[in-house]
Write a protein that binds this ligand. Structure first.
Ligand SMILES: Cc1cc2nc3c(=O)[nH]c(=O)nc-3n(C[C@H](O)[C@H](O)[C@H](O)COP(=O)(O)OP(=O)(O)OC[C@H]3O[C@@H](n4cnc5c(N)ncnc54)[C@H](O)[C@@H]3O)c2cc1C
Length: 441
């Protein structure tokens, strides 16, 4: 029997959820239900898995269990980049599929984006929820410029289109003179993450059932089924897809293989769009992956700026209010240096969110027990990778041997982490060093 030793906690008020109208969550599970497949976790991985299952077999009884409300977790509180290209288009960056790894990674990412695009078409979402506008990768100085230029050379090698921008050209987009150069790549989709995942959740209908505020407390094999216990009921299912990211460890799974890293975001109050020139909606990742992500979000009541930076290693899978406050001070500095013309615009929301990484950057994927399929460990570019691993887990659970399943099965196993206390010391030092190397970026 696998028993959850803890449940997810989401700290800080996410701006994305707060900006949306209130939504009535799906009911909690009360009593016993039967399902062909139960999905644990209602993030990118879990809901994409459920969508793929019902595409492949519309008659399949699927039950999704979400511990909290949809969009409260990392999926609804991220920066909203569904990225097609890895941060570094180098073979070390993304685990070990065979053959031309870079092309494989990009193809995997585009399968995930295709699922999102299909949903967007179905929902007729506007650009406020789903904008296939591409992204800028911006530099703030010589080191960043060099990094941007070297990224362009890497893109040449994989024949991916891009456009280089000098300081004036990127200033015309962002309305600030802070950035010294940038590279634009067209394939990234920018989402309002809370609206996206709510929309996906609300797209399910019979025989797919979503239960919110219904954590899986334990699961065990009984005869030919798996029985999942929740606070007020049970799910009896033929198979399980485990899509609760780092929280899989609280069931005793992938122990010593998952690195629990938190990252932080702050979002300003709405401000008068006339205060900042350039375009009213754009999204930029930093030249160095450990640097600062920035978005300008256009709104009817005014525009907002999102700043995402700082990483901390939190092996107990929780962060404190003071950690959010500390990250917030860093965000304020980053905001002030990038947007001096917005002096005095305060941050309205600050929050933290969990990610699960592995030492060798591979997902924790596959059939870990007879009938239990894992889509865990989002690593970097998690919106894309978690979506892809959810799709692959659904296909694997239905016995399909698709190209995507083969790629995911081809990944090496997550490498064992070093023992404590070396792990905590090493992980903290590594994050600090990389953040230091990212410098002003
Ligand atoms: C501030 C921030 C910014 C980010 N920006 C980006 C970005 O722009 N682009 C990008 O690609 N990635 C980004 N990420 C990372 C990305 O959000 C994650 O990689 C992604 O959400 C992982 O998806 P997932 O479905 O695997 O896990 P999660 O989003 O963590 O979803 C897992 C779900 O499982 C539920 N759960 C846990 N335990 C149980 C249980 N026992 N029973 C039932 N349900 C359970 C949780 O409540 C949660 O909803 C960001 C993350 C943060 C925090």
């Amino acid at each position: 029997m696998y028993v959850a030793s803890k449940l997810p906690q989401h700290l800080g008020q996410s701006g994305w959820v707060s900006m949306l109208p209130p939504r009535t969550p799906c009911p909690t599970l009360d009593g016993t239900v039967n399902a062909d497949i139960a999905v644990i976790g209602g993030g990118f991985a879990g809901l994409s898995a459920a969508r793929r299952l019902s595409q492949l077999d519309p008659g399949l009884k699927v039950v999704i269990l979400e511990a909290g409300e949809i969009a409260e977790g990392a999926t609804g509180r991220n920066s909203g980049f569904i990225i097609d290209l890895p941060h570094e288009v180098s073979s070390e960056d993304y685990g070990g599929a065979e053959g031309n790894e870079r092309q494989h990674d990009i193809k995997v990412h585009r399968i995930a984006i295709a699922l999102a695009q299909e949903l967007a078409d179905e929902k007729r979402w506007g650009k406020d929820v789903f904008d296939p506008c591409g992204k800028y990768n911006v530099a703030l100085g010589q080191q960043g410029d060099e990094h941007v230029a070297s990224y362009a050379k890497q893109l040449d090698k994989v024949n991916e289109p891009y456009r280089m921008l000098d300081a004036n050209e990127i200033a015309a987009v962002t309305g600030t003179q802070s950035f010294t150069s940038a590279i634009f790549t067209p394939g990234t989709v920018i989402i309002q993450p809370a609206a996206y995942i709510r929309g996906l959740a609300d797209s399910f209908h019979d025989p797919v059932k979503l239960y919110e505020n219904t954590p899986a407390l334990s699961f065990e094999r009984q005869g030919t089924s798996w029985v999942i216990r929740t606070p007020n009921g049970y799910v009896r299912a033929g198979k399980i897809i485990l899509a609760n990211n780092g929280q899989a460890q609280s069931f005793g799974l992938f122990r010593g293989q998952l690195l629990h890293v938190y990252t932080y975001a702050s979002m300003t109050e709405a401000f008068d769009p006339k205060r900042l020139g350039g375009q009213r909606s754009w999204a930029a990742t930093p030249a160095f992956p450990m640097g600062t992500t920035v978005r300008r979000v256009e709104g009817d009541q005014g525009d907002r700026v999102l700043i995402r930076s700082r990483y901390t290693y939190n092996p107990r899978m929780q962060v404190s209010k003071s950690a959010i406050a500390r990250a917030g001070r860093v965000h304020d500095r980053k905001f002030e240096t990038r947007f001096p013309m917005l002096k005095g615009v305060p941050m309205e929301y600050r929050w933290a969110g969990a990610m699960a990484l592995t030492w060798n950057g591979v997902p924790a994927f596959g059939e870990i027990e007879h009938g239990v399929f894992a889509a865990i460990a989002c690593n970097g570019v998690g919106a894309t990778k978690a979506t892809a691993s959810g799709i692959a887990a659904a296909e694997a659970a239905l016995g399909q041997d698709s190209w995507l399943v083969q790629v995911f099965r081809g990944f090496a196993a997550p490498r064992r982490l070093p023992p404590q206390p070396f792990l905590t010391i090493g992980a903290a030092a590594n994050l600090s060093m990389k953040e230091w190397a990212a410098g002003v970026e």
